[in-house]
Ligand binder design. Structure first.
Ligand SMILES: O=C(O)CCC(=O)C(=O)O
Ligand SMILES: [Fe+2]
Length: 314
């Protein structure tokens, strides 16, 4: 079985209502079962995906000295440029973070930047299509999420490289949930991404070359008052394999207020399961988890920090 794969072609052609309905049905189910699905015919040119992964591999293969020339310098909402996880971090990867082309924040080699920025624009478009689909799957008024999330300046993309596993450990990224609205992940053929369902880890096997993995983030979990879950996932490493991926985070702006929507609370007589918060406050705490990892991973701040109901506090 595994994570469902959905053909999105009907959202990139005219007049295929039937196709759209079919895709939405699968996504609705996947969002309540897993919070994860994969998409094909997603509007992102396949040659652009290939080229971006290729350039990413070339970049990460540079010497540390070369890569460190692209260290973050700007006052962007997150450190744009090349970073390595600190040595004491349990996450064993290095990454290059970027914002939208117009931001002026991006620090990376010019050939990589041109291709990555083009990819960014395509992923942003696909992100908006997914957001609309999630909007409809939740039964929200048309364009509710779109109007809530009009500003694109906090969207970001990360190119990642994971080191090969050693004899003693194989963690790439510890289990976590994403903070944002929806995440789109392009992974190479190595695999290693896993999603937790009912306490078990399910591998997210690339559906076909250049398919994209989609997962929901905490903003949707809180806004839907826990109707759709921000899925817990992790990356494991394999021996003698370097793994490359590109993760695009479709994100609200820092000054947005996040809280359960009336449609899932007052309108239906249910209590809010989260208290409201300012997105940038949450993101700052998450960033601190990364720069100053707590000695016990379970002490990292997650969205359960804002949970009202006891059973969601972990
Ligand atoms: O590299 C991947 O496949 C996933 C990365 C991820 O989960 C993240 O950056 O939040
Ligand atoms: Fe993630």
């Amino acid at each position: 079985m595994g994570i469902p794969t959905v053909d999105l072609s009907s959202f990139f052609t005219d007049d295929d209502d039937e196709g759209q309905k079919k895709a939405k049905d699968i996504i609705k189910q996947a969002c309540s079962d897993y919070g994860f699905f994969q998409i094909t015919n997603h509007g992102v040119p396949l040659h652009l995906i290939d080229r971006s992964l290729q350039l990413s591999k070339t970049f990460f293969a540079l010497s540390d000295e070369e890569k460190l020339k692209y260290s973050p310098g700007s006052a962007a909402p997150l450190p744009a440029g090349y970073s390595k996880q600190p040595p004491h971090s349990l996450d064993k990867n290095e990454y290059l973070l970027m914002f939208q082309p117009q931001s002026g924040f991006n620090v990376l080699p010019p050939d990589f930047r041109d291709v990555a920025e083009e990819l960014f624009v395509h992923l942003r478009k696909t992100g908006s299509v997914i957001e609309q689909i999630v909007n409809d799957c939740l039964g929200l008024p048309p364009d509710f999420l779109k109007e809530y999330n009009l500003d694109r300046s906090w969207d970001f993309m990360v190119a990642l490289r994971y080191y090969p596993a050693t004899e003693t450990e194989n963690n790439g990224i510890l289990e976590h949930e994403d903070a944002n609205v929806v995440t789109l992940v392009i992974q190479d053929e190595v695999g290693g991404l896993e999603v937790k369902k009912d306490g078990e880890w399910i591998p997210v096997v690339p559906a076909q070359p250049n398919s994209i993995v989609v997962n929901l983030g905490d903003v949707i979990q809180v806004l839907s008052n826990h109707k759709f879950k921000s899925a817990t996932h992790r990356v494991v490493r394999f021996k003698e394999r370097w793994r490359h991926s590109l993760a695009f985070f479709y994100t609200i702006k820092g000054d947005k207020w996040v809280e359960p929507a009336a449609q899932f609370t007052a309108d239906i007589g249910e209590a809010a399961r989260y208290r409201g918060f300012l997105y940038k406050d949450y993101q700052a705490m998450r960033m601190r988890n990364k720069t100053h990892p707590p000695s016990r991973p379970q002490d990292a701040i997650t969205v359960s920090h804002y949970a009202i109901s006891q059973e969601l506090k972990s």
